[in-house]
Design a protein around this ligand. Structure first.
Ligand code: NAD
Length: 308
């Protein structure tokens, strides 16, 4: 593959300043340009983008700046012969640190005190409400980059870590690994269930009313994966009926989440606007992936993180 130009699509500006990525890629011998919708692509182009566009199918290679590529039509990429790569592998610190933040908020009730601070209220939760993470069970569903990052940190905090993995093979720091068909057993005794799977046919609607019913009533759901891994109505009903203790959500069924969506209204729900992966060096991490693949392409080697 002969790459003659790297086109940084404007949508990548959702993750970092475009100028920062262009600057980080400037050491490559290939010219780097910012492009907007309406641009035409050819067989010498690599496009770096947040969102898919049909026009990209004329390029040689498209790099998505997110780990999830569920919005990209992989069949169309196979048909056009355009390589598609994703950004798996770079979220092993950012998203897991965010997850530790959610878990700590719920255990130590920090979300409640932050809400009270706005109202200048001096009050603490009832004696039986706060707890420690130490000794509590977390079930991590999906043990890839993010899942393992969560598991390592939870283990270091003294938590009892279990997980769900397709192969069922052991993972460092995970006390017991279940297979997807054992999901109910895996979540049954968990105080926290953390979702770190990609959105696929197998994971769409994975967390339904049945799974939420199986979780203990004092359990929290954490979704840093994709909205559609969770059945929206089932989650809202479980929250309404107090069948789970709360949820931390970074990924939604519709983004941005409409301002009239009921999820905004729950005191026991912590929401972040799909930004668990954001960090001030994101552009560097992406540049590193692109740089490595440009070098691989030049040497005629297969691309890292190729998904189509
Ligand atoms: P990854 O590819 O490193 O890990 C995903 C893991 O899930 C893999 O180990 C895979 O084998 C496993 N998996 C796939 N299907 C499964 C199933 N049915 N049951 C159990 N495990 C299954 O990706 P990652 O970087 O860890 O990211 C995981 C997902 O998190 C992404 O696909 C993306 O949707 C989401 N994500 C969200 C953010 C955010 O900002 N909230 C950031 C990065 C990634």
């Amino acid at each position: 593959m002969d790459i003659e130009r790297i086109a940084v699509h404007e949508s990548a500006g959702r993750a970092f300043p475009l100028s920062a990525l262009v600057e980080s890629l400037s050491s490559l011998s290939v010219p780097v340009e910012r492009v907007t919708d309406g641009e035409r692509y050819g067989p010498g182009d690599c496009v770096v983008t947040f969102s898919p566009r049909e026009a990209f199918h004329d390029a040689a290679w498209v790099h998505g700046v997110r780990a999830g590529y569920d919005e990209f039509d992989t069949d169309a990429y196979e048909a056009s012969g355009t390589a598609l790569t994703n950004s798996t592998g770079i979220h092993g610190d950012t998203v897991p640190e965010t997850v530790v933040g959610y878990l700590t908020m719920f255990a130590r009730r920090l979300h409640v005190y932050r809400d009270q601070q706005r109202e200048r209220v001096w009050d603490h939760e009832a004696y039986e409400v706060p707890f420690t993470l130490t000794g509590e069970r977390v079930c991590v569903v999906g043990l890839g980059t993010i899942g393992q990052g969560v598991a390592r940190r939870a283990d270091a905090l003294g938590m009892d870590v279990v997980g769900v993995r397709r192969s069922g093979d052991p993972v460092d720091g995970v006390e017991r690994v279940y297979t997807p068909d054992e999901l109910d057993t895996a979540v049954a005794d968990a105080r926290f269930v953390v979702l770190a799977v990609p959105l696929t046919d197998a994971t769409e609607g994975l967390i339904d009313a049945g799974v939420l019913d199986t979780m203990p009533e004092d359990a929290y759901l954490v979704n840093v994966a994709r909205g559609d891994v969770v059945v929206e109505d089932a989650l809202l009903s479980a929250l309404d009926d107090g069948r789970i203790a709360g949820a931390a959500i970074d990924a939604y069924w519709e983004e941005p989440l409409p301002t009239d969506h009921p999820l905004w209204g729950y005191e026991n729900v912590v929401m972040s606007p799909h930004c668990a992966a954001f960090t001030n060096h994101y552009h560097e991490d992406i540049a590193e992936l692109v740089r490595e693949n440009v070098e691989r392409a030049t040497r005629g080697e297969s691309l890292r993180n190729r998904v189509a």
